[in-house]
Design a binder for this molecule. Structure first.
Ligand SMILES: Nc1ncnc2c1ncn2[C@@H]1O[C@H](COP(=O)(O)OP(=O)(O)O)[C@@H](O)[C@H]1O
Ligand SMILES: O=C(O)[C@@H](O)C(=O)COP(=O)(O)O
Length: 422
């Protein structure tokens, strides 16, 4: 089947989030890890390529995204979606803006929009300012993110240093007036050569208006919720035929593991709650730097995997800062990711077939270590967090990749319940 929409996600949790929201339509969605080496075969109308480039050097991120674009083009896609975090996670250099600009050049696109709103998860945009729940982004726990601390809430200000062409806004008052008003505003921006347009959205209804107005643009950028209305719009436009997928869960035994490298406030709550039910081991980056992960590997060797034990580096901001002060930000992150990746492989080799992973970068490291290349999308555990099914070393496994901020306090236990029930 020809691909209609080709999507590039800057991290793995973001990719499963996007694939999960597209799959709510019941249409086939295919999720690939990294740019496939082989030319496209057996493609779906919605193809998502998961990259791990959110915090990569700008040149590397741009090159990888352009390679993903070429693969998606060769699968027949004519419309593209650049998926980044609903909290606009990026460093001051990028990579949201530079990648968008490179994709625009490759696609000969004069304009694109930026809409990370995800109302079901409390992310809304008003007058160009991003809110997390009732708090401006810069006053939310995202201000303490280990890799991409977000210290400004204004998307135009965040985007400007990342792009070369002018940045503008279509505000909520315009979006509330409907599709035609958004189209007129886009034309008005085009007449002023405004290439990068932040669009306000506070509710799913706003996203439906924006998606309808912008669905024919070669490139859309934003969070997963902006893409959610697209399958139904394409169906209505006759670009795609209804082709509901019956998702079949492969048999996966109950043994598994929970791995958490996310330090978000929500993950801290989830880890604390799960530790009251399951055995846990805490990774300390400073110990890992000195002694390696042997202690944790040994602990895991002795665990009954049907208890779904938890291994976590999740820590409070002060502990994260202390580790980063000694090791450097990047090295602290890598040491933890590397340990969690080794632990995932040991768990699989000991028979684990269920993997619950918390954290975007963490998910990238674990998924790569497990050698996963393509994922089928299963039941949603929480908005933006589906179970996925894939193969690792020839074994069927179930894998869920949880964005740091997603899910509620019971997420880990709920994930297991949802898998058992599906
Ligand atoms: N205790 C810690 N000290 C320093 N860095 C840590 C610690 N625990 C985890 N990290 C690193 O913080 C980063 C968290 O990012 P990520 O996995 O994307 O989580 P989130 O989804 O919450 O953003 C990872 O690179 C991880 O290795
Ligand atoms: O859009 C979102 O919030 C998520 O899909 C996402 O990108 C998650 O990133 P992490 O919080 O780093 O897991």
């Amino acid at each position: 089947m020809n691909t209609i929409l080709g999507c590039i996600a800057d991290d793995f949790t973001g990719a499963t989030d996007l694939a999960g929201l597209l799959a709510r339509s019941g249409m086939p969605v295919s999720l690939r890890i990294g740019v496939p080496q082989e030319p496209p075969t057996d493609t779906a109308p919605f193809e998502v390529i998961a990259l791990k480039c959110r915090t990569a050097p700008v040149d590397a991120a741009v090159a990888e995204c352009l390679a993903a674009l070429e693969w998606l083009r060769s699968s027949g896609a004519t419309r593209f979606f650049w998926k980044y975090c609903s909290t606009f996670d990026s460093t001051s250099e990028g990579n949201i803006g530079p990648v968008a600009e490179a994709l625009m050049v490759a696609l000969n696109a004069d304009q694109t929009i930026y809409c990370p709103a995800f109302p079901e998860n409390g992310r809304s945009i008003f007058m160009g300012n991003l809110f997390v729940g009732q708090h401006p982004l810069s006053e939310s726990p995202m201000k303490d993110h280990p890799l991409t601390p977000m210290r400004d809430s204004n998307l135009m200000r965040l985007l400007k240093p990342q792009v070369t062409r002018p940045v503008g806004l279509i505000d909520r008052l315009t979006v509330a007036r409907g599709t035609d008003a958004v189209r007129v505003a886009m034309q008005d921006h085009a007449s002023k050569d405004t290439a990068h347009i932040v669009v306000d959205a506070v509710a799913n209804e706003d996203l439906s208006v924006i998606a309808e107005a912008c669905r024919d643009m070669p490139l859309l950028t934003g969070g997963s919720a902006l893409a959610m209305p697209l399958p139904a719009l394409y169906l209505r436009d006759g670009l795609i035929e209804a082709d509901t997928v019956i998702r079949q869960k492969p048999d996966v035994v109950a043994d598994g593991i929970v791995l958490s490298g996310s330090c978000s406030a929500m993950t801290q709550t989830q880890v604390a709650k799960y530790l009251t039910k399951a055995p846990g081991f805490r990774l300390n980056p400073l110990e890992l730097a000195e002694e390696g992960p042997e202690k944790a590997l040994e602990w895991l060797q002795n665990q009954a995997l049907n208890a779904m034990p938890l291994i976590y580096a999740t820590a409070e901001p002060a502990d994260v800062l202390a580790a980063q002060a000694k090791l450097g930000v990047a090295r602290a992150g890598e040491i933890v990711e590397d340990a969690l990746a080794q632990l995932a492989v040991l768990a699989r080799d000991r028979g684990a077939r269920r993997f619950v992973v918390a954290g975007g970068e963490t998910s990238g490291a674990v998924t790569k270590a497990l050698g996963v290349s393509q994922l089928d999308i299963g039941s949603e555990i929480a908005p933006g967090v589906p179970w996925t099914y894939c193969e690792s070393a020839g074994k069927h496994i179930a894998l869920t990749l949880k964005s740091g901020n997603f899910g509620d306090a019971d997420f880990f236990a709920k994930a297991i319940e949802v898998l058992d029930a599906s």
